[in-house]
Ligand binder design. Structure first.
Ligand SMILES: [Ca+2]
Ligand SMILES: [Ca+2]
Ligand SMILES: [Ca+2]
Ligand SMILES: [Ca+2]
Length: 406
């Protein structure tokens, strides 16, 4: 099937009235030809609307199409990759980019515009027009935050999971490195906040959807992750939310917080510094299911203790829960509303160059901001060091068609 055209092009197509002409819809089944003419593992095209006549086929990228240039009228994508059709040769994007979803069975016909000049196979839809990961920039911080920094260079890092289940490490200079070659879509929670294993390097904790197991992926200090260890034998799917929060118990070791779905209780799982978690303690007696985001933000209010930020689902308000030893103090409003347009809220430590912890967000389709609107915008909210946040600044616009930012 033809997937939605890439965003800026969708706008253009709408402007040109193409959607109303029916050219954007997946085509109906042509009467004559058989999709089976296209071999498994190939993308095929014909010069006719109904898949008759001479067939073009390829299973590799084609920067130019020779005699087939500007001729594709009907297509079949009999592969497990996305196929990008560019109006320009050499995968250029000045013209339109048409995206065809994987169709391993090879049973779906589609219509093309007759303007294709190059063909590329990719693993995720966004790679037809963008890199596999977004561009992330963070400024070097004057001191180490102790979290948000997998490679220990005092620049906040991001982990991005793409829709193909790969994991990318973004060190903060707009580059990215593949640190997980696949399989990461098996997890329904990924949490990071400092060192759990006791070697001073930031780690990742992952909850396996199918088993409810909790796994520790020890950071190697380079952005890559070592061999995983089981730290929770099961039952973790009973938690509606899990957050790494830094040291809440007061022993200097990073702890985990989790909200129990059935009771709304907030539990503190003390880190032991060996990767294992100690016996849980109640940190909140109930009502925590009212929060649809929990973020270990670090020390937002400058008292030296790690704090928790929660987003209230019903109001879109952002609350700061100041960390005390083993518990949380009275909450304080730090965002008056509107935070539900955020897809993700991240605590990554010092992001924009000063020694006050900040918050980083990515947006949903409801966001309207200066310089970016809709899904996939990325903002930095500068922390002031007293618990409050300055207004968010848009710092990116290509954080879309991913499967999570951590
Ligand atoms: Ca870093
Ligand atoms: Ca570690
Ligand atoms: Ca602790
Ligand atoms: Ca604090």
């Amino acid at each position: 099937m033809r997937v939605s055209p890439l965003r800026r092009l969708a706008t253009l197509a709408t402007t040109l009235g193409l959607a109303s002409l029916g050219l954007l819809g997946a085509g109906g089944a042509p009467a004559q030809a058989a999709t089976g003419d296209c071999p498994s593992g190939y993308f095929c095209a014909w010069k006719t609307e109904n898949g008759t006549g001479t067939m073009f086929k390829t299973n590799t990228d084609k920067a130019t199409l020779g005699a087939w240039d500007n001729t594709f009228k009907s297509v079949v994508n009999h592969t497990s990759k996305y196929v990008c059709l560019y109006d320009d040769p050499g995968y250029g994007q000045a013209g339109s980019v048409d995206v065809w979803a994987p169709d391993p069975a090879g049973t779906e016909w589609g219509h093309a515009f007759g303007a294709t000049s190059s063909v590329k196979f990719v693993s995720t839809e966004r790679e037809c027009s963008l890199g596999p990961y977004p561009q992330w920039y963070s400024s070097p911080a004057p001191k180490a935050a102790g979290f948000g920094d997998l490679d220990g260079d005092r620049r906040a890092d991001v982990l991005v999971r793409d829709k193909a289940g790969r994991l990318w490490f973004l060190p903060g200079d707009q580059s990215g490195k593949l640190v997980g070659t696949g399989g990461w879509n098996a997890f329904n929670a990924l949490v990071r906040h400092g060192d759990f294993s006791g070697d001073g390097r930031e780690d990742v904790i992952a909850r396996e959807k199918s088993t409810g197991k909790l796994w520790l992926y020890p950071g190697t200090g380079t952005g890559a992750l070592g061999a995983r260890k089981l730290v929770g034998t099961g039952g973790w799917n009973a938690m509606s939310r899990i957050a790494g929060v830094g040291d809440l118990s007061g022993d200097g070791r990073a702890d985990l917080l989790a909200v129990e779905k059935s009771t709304g209780k907030l539990w503190l799982y003390p880190g032991t510094g060996t990767g294992a978690l100690g016996a849980r303690k109640l940190a909140g007696t109930g009502g925590w299911n009212a929060m649809n985001a929990l973020v270990g933000a670090g020390d937002m209010n400058g008292d030296g203790r790690a704090d928790l930020v929660g987003r209230e689902a019903s109001t879109g308000k952002l609350w700061l829960y100041p960390g005390k030893t083993g518990s949380l103090g009275s909450r304080k409003l730090i965002g008056a509303g509107g935070w539900n347009v955020m897809d993700t809220i991240l605590g990554l430590g010092y992001v924009n160059g000063d020694a006050h912890v900040d918050l980083v967000t990515t947006t949903t389709s409801g966001f309207v901001g200066d310089g970016c609107r809709g899904a996939g915008c990325q903002l930095v909210y500068d922390g002031r060091g007293d618990g409050a946040l300055n207004a968010g600044a848009v710092t990116g616009d290509d954080w879309w068609k991913l499967n999570g930012v951590f």
